[in-house]
Design a protein around this ligand. Structure first.
Ligand SMILES: [Ca+2]
Length: 286
């Protein structure tokens, strides 16, 4: 009897410890000022509460109709359905105007408006879902697997370059590989995110210290957002040159970024140890 009590007590301790690490330890340090490299600290100018229970992961601005698109994780429960969602939100970010549930192979992570009333959304393992608006309804037109062979991928971002008609995504953790993708979902090229000899305040390792949680395109650059240290890398994907590094102060862990008229809109990440997430607005210097 005593033996079973001891085994029981040990199991309870294990469960508590695992739960603690799952729910209460910080995933990353989200304080920009702590980041090892930053050229400039820029403060948030506004925040707007995220919709309750919206597990937002990605955000994209519709430059044709001035509204936002949001992609979400699947519900976080163990036995929940494999459904993730796509939302259309008004330009004030306080009203949902459309929602569509999609049966997906994992969390939807990055989202990008690709013009012509079409949206591309990428899942963590690299399936690109295409949606098109027809008579105020969004229909899934295609889904494409980015990687033809099996491999370990953790994608969290999607950006669209409307000048060259190309998409970009990247590995979130570890070796920072950026993928260049045709508008149709064919993998064209991949290359390492190279920060070059940017003035380092202290020793750092781009593989370990930073994550690529979100990405957007503007001014012929990718704006690559790291959840760790709430940092934005402005990077030219054609010349492979890092233009500058911004640290965004006053925000919590965020998972997506888009730019509208020189203002970056970030969407906060859901973490049990953080307060309810927000949208954040940040002025991007010229
Ligand atoms: Ca997080």
């Amino acid at each position: 009897m005593k033996k079973y009590l001891i085994i029981g007590a040990v199991l309870v301790v294990i469960v508590v410890v695992v739960a603690y690490f799952m729910f209460f330890t910080k995933e990353v340090d989200d304080i920009a000022e702590n980041g090892p490299i930053k050229s400039e600290i820029i403060p948030k100018i506004d925040q707007i509460p995220l919709f309750e229970d919206m597990l937002a992961a990605g955000i994209s601005w519709d430059y044709d109709k001035d509204r936002f698109f949001i992609s979400t994780d699947q519900p976080h429960g163990l036995f929940t359905e494999k459904i993730a969602s796509f939302f259309v939100v008004t330009n004030t970010l306080d009203k949902i105007s459309y929602k569509k549930d999609l049966d997906t192979d994992g969390d939807l992570e990055g989202i990008a408006y690709i013009g012509n009333n079409e949206v591309a959304i990428i899942s963590e393992i690299g399936t690109v879902y295409y949606l098109k608006e027809i008579d105020n309804e969004w229909e899934e037109t295609r889904r494409v697997s980015l990687f033809k062979e099996d491999g370990q991928h953790k994608l969290s971002s999607l950006a669209y370059d409307p000048i060259n008609g190309q998409l970009y995504s990247a590995e979130k953790e570890g070796k920072k590989i950026i993928y260049q993708i045709s508008r149709n979902g064919d993998l064209i090229n991949s290359f390492e995110f190279n920060v070059g000899d940017v003035a380092a305040k202290r020793e750092f390792d781009i593989y370990k210290d930073y994550t690529i949680a979100g990405m957007t395109y503007g001014n012929r650059h990718l704006y690559i957002f790291s959840e760790a240290y709430s940092t934005i890398f402005k990077y030219n994907p054609e010349t492979k040159h890092l233009a500058t590094v911004y640290g965004v102060s006053g925000i919590h862990e965020s998972s997506g970024i888009t730019i509208k008229n020189g203002v970056a809109y970030l969407v906060g990440d859901f973490e049990d140890y953080l307060p309810a997430p927000n949208f954040y607005k940040v002025n991007i210097p010229d």
